[in-house]
Design a protein around this ligand. Structure first.
Ligand SMILES: Nc1ncnc2c1ncn2[C@@H]1O[C@H](COP(=O)(O)OP(=O)(O)OP(=O)(O)O)[C@@H](O)[C@H]1O
Ligand SMILES: [Mg+2]
Length: 298
């Protein structure tokens, strides 16, 4: 399940604007997308409430009985809006699940400094180091024809970070956001110029938004697990062993744990070995997932 996080320490750099737009674009592509607010300000949650049901649907977090925020069933793509000042462990927890991080950067020396510090931290995180999470910058409220846009591009490429162009400053963003919309939802007569500026961002995101697998797509899990076990087993009860909901927080671990549980339950190995292995495996997947504090509902 692709996860795109919008991150920058600098407050007001355009994170929520970028996140709502990426989610809306996914929704326009017919993807089952969730826009998750990891920001205590809950800006994007407020925006979601303003969004009219007739617009392409974007889900919010689901809340389970234990008051933990989870990715709703059936969601295939996740966009995360994050708070300003995110760093250290909190940043690492977000990036642990991200396939792509977009950093909106305005063109001032303060914004660039702050973004550079954020990238210095990001690039040391294992998921970024290993290339599993890509990072790029987007110029916010910058006219692409100006010296400012060039400065930002050169700065980004020196870091080195891919720079995906600039989004101009315009009231269309402000007005759209106020109505639960994005420039992708506006009629072409109003949104076309701004939609065109998104093209490099969408091109960069395209490989990240790979063909979707639903978080709780029982049929997908069933097909995969059946393939793994069908040759030797009477595989009759996969659905009962599948988690009802997959938490973003522990990502694929639950699915992997379920697969292991299936193997433990059904793999016909020597009885003594099977007992030992089952004990070991159950220990490894019964670990309680650690739910980051900011993902809990207040
Ligand atoms: N391209 C744009 N043109 C005009 N205004 C914009 C543009 N992008 C963002 N803004 C405005 O800039 C302000 C800050 O944007 P936004 O809320 O997205 O930043 P943020 O990084 O999420 O802020 P915070 O750190 O407080 O969460 C908002 O009022 C938003 O409407
Ligand atoms: Mg915000």
């Amino acid at each position: 399940m692709p996860v795109i996080a919008v991150v920058n320490r600098k407050g007001g750099s355009g994170k929520s604007t970028l996140a709502t737009h990426i989610a809306a674009w996914c929704a326009h592509q017919g993807l089952a997308v969730m826009l998750g607010d990891a920001d205590r300000q809950q800006s994007t949650r407020t925006w979601l409430r303003l969004r009219h049901p007739s617009e392409p649907a974007i889900a919010a977090w689901a809340v389970d009985q234990k008051n933990v925020l989870r990715v709703p069933s059936g969601i295939t793509h996740v966009v995360l809006d994050t708070p300003g000042g995110l760093h250290g462990f909190e940043l690492a927890k977000i990036v642990m699940f991200a396939d792509a991080v977009l950093m909106p950067v305005c063109n001032s020396v303060f914004d660039r400094e702050s973004a550079a510090a954020c990238f210095a931290e990001l690039q040391n995180l294992p998921r970024v180091l290993s290339g599993r999470c890509r990072v790029a910058t987007v110029g916010m409220r910058v006219d692409s024809r100006t010296h400012a846009a060039q400065t930002l591009k050169e700065w980004s490429e020196k870091l080195p970070l891919p720079h995906l162009g600039a989004l101009r400053e315009t009231q269309w963003y402000v007005r759209a956001i106020e109505r639960g919309l994005t420039v992708f939802d506006l009629p072409a007569s109003q949104g076309a110029t701004d939609v065109a500026q998104w093209q490099p961002i969408l091109d960069w995101l395209a490989p990240v938004l790979r063909p979707p697998v639903a978080a709780n797509d029982a049929s997908a899990h069933t097909a995969q697990t059946t393939q793994r076990t069908a040759s030797s087993l009477d595989y009759t009860r996969p659905a009962a062993l599948m988690p009802q909901q997959e938490s973003l927080v522990h990502g694929g671990r639950m699915a992997a744990a379920s697969a292991r549980a299936v193997a433990v339950r059904y793999t016909p190995v020597a009885p003594v070995l099977a007992k030992k292995e089952a004990a070991q495996r159950s220990r490894s997947f019964s670990d309680k997932p650690v739910i980051p504090e900011f993902l809990r509902q207040r």
